[in-house]
Design a protein around this ligand. Structure first.
Ligand SMILES: NC(=O)c1ccc[n+]([C@@H]2O[C@H](COP(=O)([O-])OP(=O)(O)OC[C@H]3O[C@@H](n4cnc5c(N)ncnc54)[C@H](OP(=O)(O)O)[C@@H]3O)[C@@H](O)[C@H]2O)c1
Length: 367
């Protein structure tokens, strides 16, 4: 029994249980009788608006539907699995499990090192001792562990219990690694969705938080409600799980480039005794223009057209050379600006001096 859901969910669940008697799921399966639209799970794919789905039926079926609705549509794998299992209760996995609990779902948790689920159990989760037990109990299986080699190992160990389960793997890795996890799940009869989390643990569930999904469009659609507990933004970017990984890496790669550049600038400013915060205030406008520059860069890369009337590479070069000389004179790191200088100088050397900065994509493509 889940503790801690909203009063409305709790009330609807107890109303359904009261109507159905002591063994609600069994009773409701009998009531549903497998008829389309009233069986043990909501019809896959598109659902009617919740209020219509709830009310357009007899009182008995209404009671059953209230239970299904109150449990977020995850009832009914056909073999007794109810709720959401979370494998891995580290910093991120713990936050994901708490979000599932907060959504009012029966929550089953497993972690390699016992004891990490204690606080979640106190809030209403059920902790189990083995992966197979967790997978058997959860219609949806959320995986969040250290690396996809571990994720795959755990899911392979679950074996045939994976049949009919929906695996939402939120473990970071490379595109190839997550495709291998997807194949391992499919080979055992499970459905698969990879999610690339773009926030830290306290951001889980925030309306602005993003998780990029790749995999089954049907799973993404059917489990929209559960996915919405993790992030307000949950786009399916591809049916290939590997592409979702690349989306995440593209954000991170951009972030590290920006952070390195900013911290190098901060080193130069603080070497001069300038407060970095003051600089940020006064340089707001040119810094904001940087992100406004990205769409034109993207268009040039997508179209493979790099010529530009203004701001060509030959105009970048003298400014980068200034930064290299300034860094050397101050005795701060010159490796980062020298790296940029060498890229630009090499592109100019190949005859691209009149092209925009986007031309450098060829360096990164290694063409
Ligand atoms: N933390 C974040 O802010 C954040 C943000 C975005 C994405 N992520 C991703 O989320 C995933 C988990 O990260 P985390 O920060 O939560 O890591 P963490 O706090 O170090 O937790 C790692 C989890 O993996 C489990 N684990 C490690 N090796 C295992 C093995 N051989 N067998 C079974 N379980 C094993 C750990 O179990 P034990 O408790 O037994 O060690 C623990 O539950 C990673 O892919 C990470 O990149 C994290």
């Amino acid at each position: 029994m889940v503790r801690g859901p909203s009063r409305t969910r709790a009330a609807s669940r107890s109303a359904a249980r009261a109507a159905a008697g002591a063994a609600p799921l069994e009773a409701f399966r009998r009531i549903g009788g497998g008829r389309p639209g009233v069986g043990p799970s909501r019809p896959p794919g598109r659902h009617p608006p919740p209020i219509l789905w709830l009310t357009s039926c007899s009182v008995e079926v209404l009671a059953w539907r209230l239970l299904v609705f109150s449990e977020g549509g995850v009832v009914g794998s056909g073999d007794g699995a109810v709720g959401v299992a979370v494998l891995g209760l580290g910093e991120m996995g713990g936050a994901l499990a708490r979000a599932v609990l907060g959504g009012g779902h029966p929550t089953i948790v497993w972690n390699r090192t016992a004891g990490k689920g204690e606080a979640l159990v106190a809030e209403g989760a059920r902790e189990v001792a083995g992966v197979r037990e967790a997978v058997a109990a959860g219609r949806v299986v959320v995986v969040n562990v250290k690396g996809n080699a571990v994720a795959r190992e755990l899911l392979e160990a679950a074996g045939d219990v994976l049949r009919g389960r929906v695996v939402v793997n939120l473990t970071d890795g490379t595109s190839r690694e997550v495709r291998e996890v997807a194949a391992a799940v499919a080979a055992r009869g499970g459905e698969y969705l990879h999610g690339q989390i773009m926030t830290i643990a306290p951001g889980v569930g925030h309306p602005d938080a993003t998780v990029f999904y790749g995999g089954s469009a049907d799973v993404h659609e059917r489990h929209r409600e559960v996915l919405g507990l993790f992030s307000g933004q949950a786009p399916l970017v591809s049916e290939d799980p590997g592409v979702a990984v690349l989306y995440g890496m593209a954000v991170h790669g951009t972030m590290w480039g920006l952070l390195n550049g900013f911290l190098h600038a901060a080193a130069a400013l603080s070497d001069e005794g300038v407060e970095v915060g003051r600089f940020l205030e006064e340089a707001k406008s040119p810094l904001a223009a940087l992100s406004a520059f990205l769409p034109s860069l993207a268009e040039e890369v997508d179209q493979g057209r790099f010529a530009t009337p203004y701001g060509a590479l030959r105009h970048h070069l003298p400014s980068i050379e200034d930064l290299v000389r300034e860094s050397r004179a101050r005795g701060i790191d010159d490796e980062l600006p020298e790296y940029s200088r060498a890229l630009v100088a090499a592109a100019i050397g190949r005859g691209h001096g009149d092209d925009g900065y986007s031309r450098l994509v060829e360096h990164f493509r290694k063409v």
